[in-house]
Every structure is written in structure tokens, then in C-alpha cells.
Design a protein around this ligand. Structure first.
Ligand code: GRF
Length: 190
């Protein structure tokens, strides 16, 4: 089994486009990064991000079978001796059983200023409530949805002219910026 001194073996879980995955891959290739991405797992075998991962020579695994997704993934995580999972646009809720069995840290990126707007349609809700700020948060994953300790978050202003799409675009930009930073911060403070 290959070792990567100073780097945590990381699996990224995605469901679609994979732009956050791209920003994590970019970070992982830096000399001083604290992760090596070994595996990308998806609950959607057609996820665009899987193609990018495979072009980056990272092992991929796609499985849309609800009943065995977690068990098969756990086997792979064990096989590759994965130390850290980063959920990046992963739209499936992991069970408590999975979190317990993996037993190592799992991080997630959520497009809101947690604890505000857990769950879906975060930008829509922020605009509807006339919030002045939206943003993104990286947090530890626990059994309770979007409720684990926040590692890093960043705000963006909601302008009067913003709609869900424009806000989504602005927030996505900061997501790409803060996920690598949060991973670094989290692993430095372990
Ligand atoms: C991101 O906004 C993420 O926060 C949300 O889903 C989106 C995924 O985008 N949960 P991508 O697949 O990383 O491009």
C-alpha cells in the first residue's frame, strides 16, 4: 500500500458537476497540501465530476443502488485505508451506521451560513427572508443533518438585484475558495 508522508488519504463523495471536487483536487496537488485524493465516490454513476476525477487519474466508484451504496463504499474506504472523507455536492444523507463504521472524520460543504438554512433550497430561503448575507460553511458531519461543528464559513452580500441563480454563482465561488482552506485548518488542528 502506497504511503504519502504528511498527507491524509482522502475520498471525495459527489453527486453531480463536481466543481468543489475540482477545487479540492487543485489544492491536493500543491506541494504543501495535507491531503492526497485517492478515491472519488458517487451515488450517481453519470456524475460529471467522475469524468474529471478519472482524467486526473483518481480511482472512481459510482453506484446508484440505494441498498448497497454504503456497504460497498465502506469496503472501498477500508481497502484504500482512507483517513478522511470530504462530501462535495453529495446529495445523499449518510446513515448513522455509516458514520459510526467509518469512524474517521467526514467534512461537508453546505451553501448557507450554518446554523441557518440546513437542508435544501438555501439561497431561495435567504432571499425570501430578505437576509443581508448568504454564504457557505464547511462543517464536520455528524448523525444530525448539517449540524456538526463549523470549521470555516464565509459570507457574501445579498444585493437587491440578486436572484437564486446569481446568488448561487457568488456562493459557489467562495465555496471553491474555502473548502481547501477548511481542510487545511481542520487537519492542522487535529
Ligand atoms: C454546491 O453548491 C454545494 O454546496 C451543494 O451542491 C453544490 C454542488 O456543486 N451542496 P458541485 O457539484 O461541487 O459543482
Amino acid at each position: 500500500m502506497e504511503t504519502y508522508p504528511g498527507k491524509k488519504k482522502t475520498a471525495v463523495f459527489i453527486s453531480g458537476r463536481g466543481s468543489n471536487l475540482k477545487s479540492l483536487i487543485k489544492y491536493s496537488k500543491k506541494k504543501n497540501s495535507l491531503i492526497k485524493i485517492i478515491l472519488v465516490i458517487s451515488n450517481n454513476p453519470d456524475a460529471e465530476g467522475l469524468k474529471y476525477a478519472s482524467r486526473s487519474k483518481i480511482k472512481i466508484y459510482g453506484n446508484k443502488n440505494k441498498s448497497n451504496f454504503e456497504n460497498k463504499s465502506l469496503k472501498l474506504l477500508e481497502k484504500f485505508n482512507i483517513d478522511l472523507i470530504c462530501l462535495a455536492g453529495f446529495m445523499k444523507i449518510l446513515s448513522g451506521n455509516f458514520i459510526k463504521k467509518f469512524s474517521k472524520p467526514i467534512l461537508n460543504i453546505h451553501p448557507s451560513l450554518l446554523p441557518k438554512y440546513k437542508g435544501l433550497n438555501t439561497h431561495e430561503r435567504a432571499i425570501k427572508n430578505k437576509d443581508r448575507f448568504a454564504g457557505a460553511s464547511i462543517h464536520k458531519v455528524t448523525e444530525k443533518l448539517d449540524s456538526g461543528k463549523v470549521i470555516l464559513q464565509k459570507k457574501v452580500k445579498i444585493l437587491k438585484s440578486d436572484n437564486v441563480r446569481s446568488l448561487e454563482k457568488k456562493v459557489l465561488k467562495i465555496e471553491h475558495e474555502i473548502y481547501p482552506k477548511a481542510v487545511d485548518k481542520f487537519l492542522t488542528n487535529l
